[in-house]
Design a protein around this ligand. Structure first.
Ligand code: 5RP
Length: 236
């Protein structure tokens, strides 16, 4: 069997998760190319009459969803959601994730925490034994960012994690700024043996706004691969 293209797998994962959407659901909409496929498919269902209300996790997703006529609101008006559907940069067998490759990790985590369930849509190439092959994004307040970077470095070293911590930049080399107005540092630590401990320590650093370790958040992961869709966790 030939391996489907990356776009086909993203579409298949998005299609499988769409089956969980029922009328009048309050939905979170993720960010990234896989989540964008979901938003496209949802847009078609809305145009065909499906009633849902959605909170996007980024300005990019907001613009896409608005252009498709998907009804949108904010967490201020709707603080509790039924389900968020989002992509991931990496996942392991315990449904721990690295997210933030698309720069939306802060809003993605807030929306996931506000949702009864989080479904992740992804493909088999992103499954790892240990998280960390994908550089861990950390969102940092601009004030004192260099000091915060040093603090991240020291904290990681304390857990035996050593590797480049690079400030994310745009193509023109200006600093990348998130929707929340912060910097992102991409940390190439390699295999993270104790993600829970790292998550706890990073969250305690002043100036760290949020990190891209998503632990105990994903209820189910829809993994597209050559054999079709495999579901990790509980999608019911
Ligand atoms: C954005 C994210 C995305 O979900 C993640 O980067 C995956 O993106 P893609 O579906 O394009 O591979 O965390 O902040």
């Amino acid at each position: 069997m030939s391996t489907p293209s990356a776009d086909t797998m993203k579409r298949e994962a998005a299609q499988a998760a769409l089956a969980a959407v029922t009328p009048h659901m309050k939905l979170g909409l993720g960010t990234g190319s896989t989540a964008a496929q979901f938003v496209d498919l949802l847009g078609a269902r809305v145009q065909a009459g499906l009633k849902v209300i959605c909170v996007p996790t980024s300005e990019r997703t907001r613009a896409q969803a608005a252009a498709l006529g998907i009804p949108l609101t904010t967490l201020d008006d709707l603080p509790e959601l039924d389900l968020v559907i989002d992509g991931a940069d990496e996942f392991d067998a315990s449904r721990r994730l690295i997210k933030g490759g698309g720069g939306a990790l802060l809003r993605e985590k807030i929306v996931a925490a506000a949702s009864k369930r989080m479904f992740v849509i992804t493909d088999a190439t992103k499954e790892v034994k240990s998280l960390g092959a994908f550089p861990l994004p950390i969102e940092v307040d601009r004030f004192g960012a260099q000091s915060t970077q040093l603090n991240i470095e020291r904290t990681a070293r304390g857990l035996g994690l050593i590797g480049p911590i690079i400030q994310r930049r745009n193509k023109n080399q200006t600093p990348y700024i998130t929707d929340g107005g912060h910097y992102i540092y991409d940390c190439s630590f390699g295999a993270i043996d104790t993600p829970e401990l790292l998550a706890e320590r990073l969250a305690a650093i002043p100036g760290v706004v949020e990190h891209g370790l998503f632990i105990n958040l994903a209820a189910a992961i829809f993994v597209a691969g050559a054999q079709g869709i495999r579901i990790l966790g509980n999608a019911i």
